[in-house]
Design a protein around this ligand. Structure first.
Ligand code: ATP
Length: 199
């Protein structure tokens, strides 16, 4: 799986549609302070399902929409499209190319598309779970994150290692199964009580 391209429009400082094609090898982004380098990385986290406005240096999620400048009016919509080459089917999908689109309007309407089809956030999260590229993965290390990983509590650090090792998904499935089991036990107890009353 390879990151192929990123299309940003109306997201933070990127008022105009901006497309970045990632060529083989390493891509570096350089620019003066405040020119939008971190906004590019945040657009990647956002399109992969980031739900925390604070994690994107805002107060509300609508803060990611281009808010205008002295010479340009604010926009009404932020949209990011990220495209992966999945010809090795590293991501669990039959598509050999995967394009994810996230759109947010100022009135709060929002949508996710997977290759042009509307999907839920959960579908995006499941696609990337244990791929090492999820929203919480450390394939994206923002400023200050290295320090926070070092100073994290042991359990928090363990969650990161579990995501990387690919056991996080199974842990979540186990938790879900345990909840269902405990619900079934409760139902069983209720049935036993009713039977007892009838006897
Ligand atoms: P540094 O090198 O200092 O880390 P940077 O190149 O990473 O800077 P960013 O932090 O990505 O820069 O971009 C900051 C710029 O983005 C600021 O000028 C800020 O005004 C602008 N910006 C952030 N959110 C919005 C928004 N919603 N609308 C318009 N501009 C925005």
């Amino acid at each position: 799986m390879k990151l192929k391209s990123l299309e940003i429009s109306g997201f933070k400082s990127f008022a105009n549609k901006t497309k970045i094609d990632f060529m083989p090898g390493i891509t570096g982004v350089v620019g003066p302070n405040g020119s939008g380098k971190s906004n590019i990385i945040e657009s990647v986290r956002w399109v992969l399902g980031e739900q925390s406005a604070k994690g994107l240096r805002g107060d509300r999620m609508a803060d990611v929409i281009f808010g205008g400048t002295a010479t340009r009016a604010p926009l009404n919509r932020a949209e990011v499209v990220i495209t992966f080459d999945n010809s090795d089917h590293y991501l669990n999908s039959s598509y050999s190319e995967i394009a994810i689109t996230r759109t947010l309007y100022r009135n709060g309407d929002s949508k996710y598309l997977l290759n042009g089809t509307a999907v839920r956030l959960k579908d995006i999260q499941e696609l990337f779970m244990d791929s090492g590229l999820g929203r919480e993965s450390f394939s994206i290390i923002s400023q200050g994150r290295v320090e926070s990983i070092f100073s994290a509590k042991a359990e928090e650090r363990r969650t990161i290692i579990e995501e990387v090792a690919g056991v996080y998904k199974y842990k979540q499935n186990k938790n879900r199964a345990e909840k269902e089991l405990s619900g079934t036990h409760e139902n069983l107890n209720r049935v036993r009580d009713i039977l007892h009353e009838l006897e």
